[in-house]
Design a protein around this ligand. Structure first.
Ligand SMILES: [Zn+2]
Length: 234
């Protein structure tokens, strides 16, 4: 398998692709670039004809969907990158299994949902054992984030300092915002219970009197088990 890295991809991402590729034969090439015109703002794509996965690191910097879950900007970008890699690898695996799919122009919705669900699982699995890389470990993406944070500093120094201080840890979300954006903890008494558990050191983390959640807890707030509200997923 060949890597074409036109900008400088984060080494952790490349490591992870190598690991996943051992089980996926149809991927011949992974291209890392930014603002790829043909992708029209999508973060990634898999071309079954050439066996090429495209990762658009520029689009990964722009999309802020994770922030709606209370997740901070740097982990938001990192999750975009990892999810894109995992999502496209899953598409390649889907096509390996059902060759007829490659003739379709775009995949049926079911395959999209499946790819996203599997990618989220892979992301959670990764988050269990790894901190978010620092900006210095994120290659081109890290450089872009530094430029952006520098520009933002005059307007919101506290937000920027918080992003910088927490880089390289597994702390990714403001607990209160994340709770209120979730289904399971959005009621006031539920949010209060979560904050109490963080205060007691059962989950999350407390830094400078602010309550946070770790990546593993924040990625899928509605399924992670927290203290009393245990739930079994089958
Ligand atoms: Zn897809």
């Amino acid at each position: 398998m060949e890597f074409i890295d036109n900008r400088g991809a984060p080494p952790e991402l490349i490591r992870k692709i190598h690991e996943k590729m051992e089980t996926c034969e149809s991927v011949k090439r992974v291209v890392f670039d930014a603002f790829i015109e043909d992708l029209k703002g999508d973060m990634g794509a898999f071309d079954p004809e050439t066996g090429t996965i495209y990762i658009d690191m520029g689009a990964c910097l722009m999309r802020k969907d994770w922030m709606k879950k209370g997740i901070m900007y740097i982990p938001n970008v990192w999750f975009n990158l990892m999810m894109t890699v995992f999502h496209e690898i899953t598409h390649a695996a889907q096509l390996d299994e059902e060759l007829g799919l490659s003739e379709l122009h775009s995949l049926p919705k079911h395959y999209e949902y499946e790819a996203t669900a599997i990618a989220e699982h892979m992301l959670m699995d990764w988050a269990k054992n790894n901190p978010i890389p620092t900006l210095a470990e994120m290659g081109w993406v890290g450089d872009q984030i530094k430029l952006l944070l520098n520009k933002l500093y005059a307007q919101m120094p506290e937000v920027v300092n918080e992003e910088i201080d927490l880089q390289g840890t597994d702390i990714v979300a403001h607990a209160k915002e994340a709770a209120q954006a979730s289904k399971e903890y959005s009621q006031d008494h539920e949010t209060a219970l979560l904050l109490k558990q963080i205060n007691e050191g059962m989950v999350g983390a407390k830094v400078n009197n602010t309550m946070y959640l770790t990546a593993y807890e924040a990625i899928d707030m509605d399924h992670v088990v927290h203290g009393e509200t245990q739930e079994v997923i089958v």
